[in-house]
Design a protein around this ligand. Structure first.
Ligand SMILES: Nc1ncnc2c1ncn2[C@@H]1O[C@H](COP(=O)(O)OP(=O)(O)OP(=O)(O)O)[C@@H](O)[C@H]1O
Ligand SMILES: [Mg+2]
Length: 223
């Protein structure tokens, strides 16, 4: 299974999403890896700080990564370059586009989804960094995305300082601790949110395959 996490906007948790989906599948015993396709090498830097239990490869080792793994997650860089995005998304079973509920992030997500539609690449939007005091904004963002007929994951990823702590120590969020080594009280809220997203992925891939098959059955056979 090939998953790509990408978007036009910076800082919308693309790397965080790649790391956490990989962590969930790794904990389920799946053979998973990340390919870091960002020039800043953020996923590689994240991994180098701690002890993630799955490999993170530079993009130059993508072939090796795909040979040895059941699930390959490509962590893309923020880009509005159409060619670069096409190149990233091509061949993916699912492209995940993380967006915050903010208007500009939602607009850029719709733009990217339109491009992926023209390429016939399966994609779904993940709403991230949702402030628990501003759930309404997240619900409005979901409605706006669904008006454009975009597939949106059920549930949100909450805005939690536990994610920053996990990033600083190079671990998954369920291991997040503060400077004094105390476990973050909300770490499992962040972890459960990504567990729920991971559980929806295969369903979204099967749904797309069956929609594509049904569509091709409906196409008239040319003489
Ligand atoms: N749900 C969250 N709550 C709070 N902070 C978060 C959350 N998800 C990610 N972050 C933090 O936001 C920052 C940006 O996240 P991340 O690096 O994953 O984004 P990105 O989209 O990959 O950025 P870039 O465009 O630079 O590659 C990081 O410091 C990360 O720890
Ligand atoms: Mg990144």
């Amino acid at each position: 299974m090939f998953i790509t996490v990408c978007g036009q906007k910076g800082g919308v948790a693309k790397t965080c999403t790649s790391i956490h989906l990989a962590s969930v599948w790794d904990r389920q015993g799946k053979n998973v890896c990340i390919v870091d396709a960002d020039k800043n090498r953020s996923a590689l830097a994240y991994a180098s700080r701690g002890n993630l239990h799955f490999p993170v490869y530079p993009v130059s080792a993508a072939a090796k990564a795909s040979r040895g793994s059941d699930i390959v997650i490509t962590d893309g860089q923020a880009s509005s370059d159409e060619e670069e995005l096409k190149h990233l998304a091509y061949g993916s079973d699912l492209v995940i586009i993380p967006t915050t509920p903010k208007a500009r992030s939602v607009e850029l997500t719709v733009e990217l989804a339109n491009l992926l539609n023209t390429l016939k690449v399966n994609h779904a939007v993940l709403i991230v960094k949702v402030d628990s005091r501003k759930q309404k904004a997240a619900l409005q963002a979901r409605e706006a995305l669904q008006k454009f007929e975009l597939e949106v994951f059920d549930g949100f990823i909450p805005l939690l300082s536990a994610f920053d702590k996990a990033e600083a120590s190079g671990n998954a969020v369920y291991e997040a601790v503060d400077d004094l080594g105390r476990s973050d009280p909300r770490r499992m809220t962040g972890w459960s949110a990504y567990c729920s997203i991971a559980s929806q992925v295969s369903c979204l891939i099967s749904k797309h395959l069956s929609d594509t098959n049904n569509l091709s059955k409906q196409m008239p056979i040319s003489a």
